[in-house]
Design a binder for this molecule. Structure first.
Ligand code: GAP
Length: 449
């Protein structure tokens, strides 16, 4: 479904059902910062777990890392972020609002008498474009002077580069190998918005793969481009909604030699947008850190006895943006055969669903609640389960459909005679009778795909 208002519907569903809330809502909210509620935190964690499993746990050539958010300020000089991580902005002297200089709503030329403010409509009050750094600054220690300035990291990648030799030496990995990490990043975005699409605090899942510059490094670039697209498909994202976008020379970030985005079609006014970047960073980062720190960061190839700075192929995906893609991809409103009321369903991949099974006694008597409570308790040891005995059974199914629960188990009159239950599939609406002591295995098999 790609109707223009799907984001609006998702914002409302996410709040109502406890996926995502606006940060500090009781104070009027914080601009473009969001909090994950009980179901949202499970959904995002499932996405992060799938990434970590695919990149770190299932491979022996990638190591995990969790570097700190606060780093030595020189890191950001070396990385080019102090000088180059900027957007050109214009200010209106009349209404004090700020805009990106390339904002299509600005009429005329900023800094001249015909430049017109898109907010208050006054002419001649827009300043000339000035570069605005997107990094958040704070102070380390008790003194708030320029010597104490530190930054909240705008990408997690630099924590990997400065630890390159620590990880390589301690694990004895040989090039080619990678280092992966999941962590928060912060950007003082000028035009944030579209729910959790562009926020000022977000999570990245980044992997830096170190390759021999004299080997076929473009082979690795192509390899990771394909691997990462396959990973997005494995989350159940519709193939037709995924595409590559090659960066033109003008689009390339200061560190990149070649770059491709993996884009997802969010529908409506957003359309296709980046969810992941695959970047060939050459030896830009290791080279700059070697220069700025004065410490050698070369890899020593024990076989050929060569010393060199490896090239880096980076894969960088947003956990929040992927969460939004999974929600948009899953959202459906549909009629149900034989019923007057339609349903809203989140057809999430079962492995991403925050709750894996709903457990319902058909009625609150004849031993059904006792049987259902016991079964729910047993299943809970393996995966998140929701027990519900309130309201008509159809209502209970609808409540689980709306949060993406793939399987609903009902304990009915037959259960008390032969210990079988029904399992209803969220997508096909088919019901299957299964022995109660086989339900855990039945669900586990389906979650493993
Ligand atoms: N280390 C490279 C890097 O950070 P990027 O293209 O700027 O590259 C990578 O960011 C990914 O991080 C994006 O594809 C997106 O998923 C996510 N991301 C970037 N800025 C974001 C923001 N303001 N809000 C949410 N996610 C963001």
């Amino acid at each position: 479904m790609s109707s223009p208002d799907v984001l609006e519907k998702l914002v409302s569903l996410c709040k109502r059902r406890g996926f995502i809330f606006q940060s500090s809502e009781i104070y009027g909210g914080t601009g473009s910062v969001w909090d994950y509620g009980p179901l949202g935190v499970e959904l995002k964690k499932n996405i992060k777990d799938r990434w970590w499993n695919a990149l770190v746990r299932m491979r022996d050539d990638i190591e995990g890392l969790d570097a700190a958010i606060l780093m030595h300020p020189k890191v950001w000089e070396a990385s080019g972020h102090v000088a180059g991580f900027t957007d050109p902005l214009v200010d209106c002297r009349n209404c004090k609002k700020r805009f990106r200089a390339d904002d299509a709503k600005i009429k005329g030329t900023p800094g001249t008498p015909d430049g017109q403010c898109p907010a208050c409509g006054t002419k001649g009050t827009l300043s000339e474009p000035r570069l605005f750094n997107l990094m958040f600054k704070t102070f380390m220690g008790p003194v708030e002077d320029s010597a104490a300035v530190v930054y909240l990291r705008p990408e997690t990648a630099q924590g990997i580069y400065v630890n390159f030799l620590n990880v390589q030496g301690s694990t004895r990995q040989k090039v080619p190998f990678g280092i992966a990490q999941i962590g928060k990043a912060f950007r003082n975005e000028i035009t944030p918005g579209n729910f959790i699409f562009r926020t000022r605090e977000f999570e990245q899942m980044e992997m830096q793969f170190f390759v021999d510059p004299e080997a076929d490094h473009m082979h690795w670039f192509e390899y990771w481009k394909a691997e990462r697209m396959q990973w997005h498909r494995s989350l159940g994202l519709d193939e037709a909604r995924l595409q590559y976008h090659a960066h033109s020379k003008e689009e390339l970030a200061h560190y990149a030699r070649v770059a491709f985005d993996i884009q997802f079609d969010f529908g409506g006014t957003l359309g296709f947008q980046e969810i992941e970047g695959v970047h060939h960073r050459g030896d830009f980062d290791l080279g700059r850190h070697q220069e700025f720190s004065g410490k050698k960061l070369e890899y020593i190839d024990q076989v050929s006895n060569r010393r060199y700075l490896p090239f880096v192929i980076e894969t960088s995906v947003g956990a929040d943006r992927t969460t939004l893609a999974a929600l948009v991809n899953a959202y459906r409103e549909e009629s149900v055969p034989g019923e007057t009321e339609g349903r809203t369903v989140l057809a999430l991949h079962p492995s991403l669903a925050p709750v894996k099974a709903g457990v319902f006694p058909l009625v609150k008597k004849d031993g059904m609640p006792e049987f259902a409570t016991k079964l729910a308790g047993e299943l809970r040891a393996r995966f998140p389960v929701f027990y519900d005995e309130s309201g008509a059974i159809g209502r209970r199914y609808r409540r689980q459909d709306e949060v993406g629960t793939p399987y609903c188990i009902t304990i009915d009159g037959q259960t008390t005679q032969d210990s079988t239950v029904t399992i209803r599939d969220r997508d096909t609406l088919q019901q299957e009778r299964v022995a109660a002591d086989r339900v855990g295995e039945w669900i586990a098999q389906r979650l493993a795909t």
